[in-house]
Design a protein around this ligand. Structure first.
Ligand SMILES: *Cc1c(COP(=O)(O)O)cnc(C)c1O
Length: 372
């Protein structure tokens, strides 16, 4: 059944043609944090609670999976193959939601620094029945993926559906075009005033590109400040603009009424000074930002926020605010990190049940960073 979505309400033809199943629980709430706003020096501060996109395992990837999982089913796939770093939230979200959609997922993972949430993600993916593969580098994945695909096709009779890293294909990115229309509905309903800026983490770029397209198409003047959390060769303004263009082409091909946008994305700025030199390296700046937000948000402190993505986006927000750049502005922090509790069975497997290459993440020391 077609889900009821803000984008489809505005452009019904998109709803009739795009593959979509209601995986996400939308709209996600918007919450105001008034005391934190005055503490750091912004006019009004709101949080978009995309940590609650699903009743089990939320976070930003669920918005993309709504479209991608249905596309996989329509293509007759039985399995999904997807890619990420070892602790990838995307691969975990895919494993869990694919299973609910009757699909099995194959995760092609590469090394990263160990974090607390990485351990939870690996165990939960495994408990959800994902096949976990670990390769030394992205290059090795490129070499081995075709072989894996062949193996699986022979075993199941169907080719796995491929979802790129972070779910950021044009189709996945439509999930965040919808998110911008959802925000527009919330603004129209008086839930929050039109924000001046959205702060969000920037990695596989679908979240940012989708928002930048959707905000323009919905007629909002809100600008996106995207905080880079991966190396610059993996994410850039040019690449985000190219993804935005592909996404717009897809929508426009279905519905010629979908508005023309400026695909150079003048409503987007990318910031790289909070990266900290390495993916998943927790920075001091992000820890102090995380602490303030963790206290202000009413989320289980064990689960709220992370040092790889949301912490760095918050570090950018707090830095701009304390520098006096956001005085009198309305700011929306887009919270992309899952805060739903893991059910007991999800964390039940012992790490030694995982393929041996993953043991290192449980046996090596974590970064000294509280529990982020
Ligand atoms: C994947 C992810 C992001 C980045 O979103 P992209 O669409 O990949 O740019 C931000 N925050 C969290 C928690 C994520 O898992």
């Amino acid at each position: 059944m077609q889900a009821s979505r803000a984008l489809f309400a505005a452009f019904p033809r998109l709803g009739e043609s795009l593959p979509n199943i209601a995986v996400a629980a939308l709209p996600t709430p918007v919450e105001e944090l008034p005391s934190l706003a005055s503490e750091i020096g912004v006019g009004r501060l709101f949080v978009k609670r995309d940590d609650l996109t699903a009743s089990e395992y939320g976070g930003n990837k669920v918005r993309k999976l709504e479209f991608l999982l249905q596309a996989a089913r329509e293509r007759g796939a039985k399995e999904i193959m997807t890619f990420g770093y070892a602790g990838s939230n995307h691969c975990t979200a895919t494993a869990i939601h694919a299973r609910s959609a009757g699909l099995r997922s194959i995760s092609m993972l590469t090394p990263q620094l160990a974090t607390v949430y990485l351990r939870r993600n690996l165990l939960a993916s495994f408990a959800a029945g994902a096949e976990l593969n670990h390769y030394a580098s992205a290059r090795a994945v490129k070499i081995f993926a075709p072989f894996k695909l062949y193996q699986h096709r022979r075993r199941t009779g169907a080719r796995p559906y491929i979802i790129p890293p972070g779910g950021s294909s044009a189709l996945g990115t439509v999930g965040f075009v919808n998110a911008a229309f959802e925000l527009k509905q919330q603004i129209d309903a008086g839930v929050l005033p039109e924000p001046d800026f959205i702060y969000v983490a920037f990695s596989s770029m679908g979240t940012t590109a989708g928002l930048a397209v959707g905000l323009q198409a919905a007629g909002l003047r809100t600008r996106v400040v995207a905080i880079q959390v991966v190396a610059e060769n993996a994410a850039s303004k040019e690449a985000a603009a190219a993804l935005a263009r592909k996404t717009w082409d897809l929508l426009r091909a279905i519905d010629p009424e979908f508005p023309v946008i400026d695909d150079r994305l003048p409503n987007l700025s990318i910031r790289n000074e909070f990266f900290g030199g390495e993916y998943a390296r927790v920075t001091e700046y992000s820890i102090s930002a995380l602490r303030s937000f963790r206290n202000a948000l009413k989320i289980d402190p064990e689960l709220a926020l992370d040092g790889t993505y949301s912490g760095k986006a918050l570090a950018g927000l707090v830095s701009d605010a304390t520098a006096g750049k956001l005085e009198g502005n309305t700011i929306l922090f887009w919270n992309t990190f899952n805060s739903r509790p893991f059910w007991k069975e999800m964390l039940l497997p012992h790490y030694r049940e995982l393929p041996k290459k993953f043991w290192r993440y449980f046996e090596s020391e974590l970064q000294k960073a509280e529990n982020f």
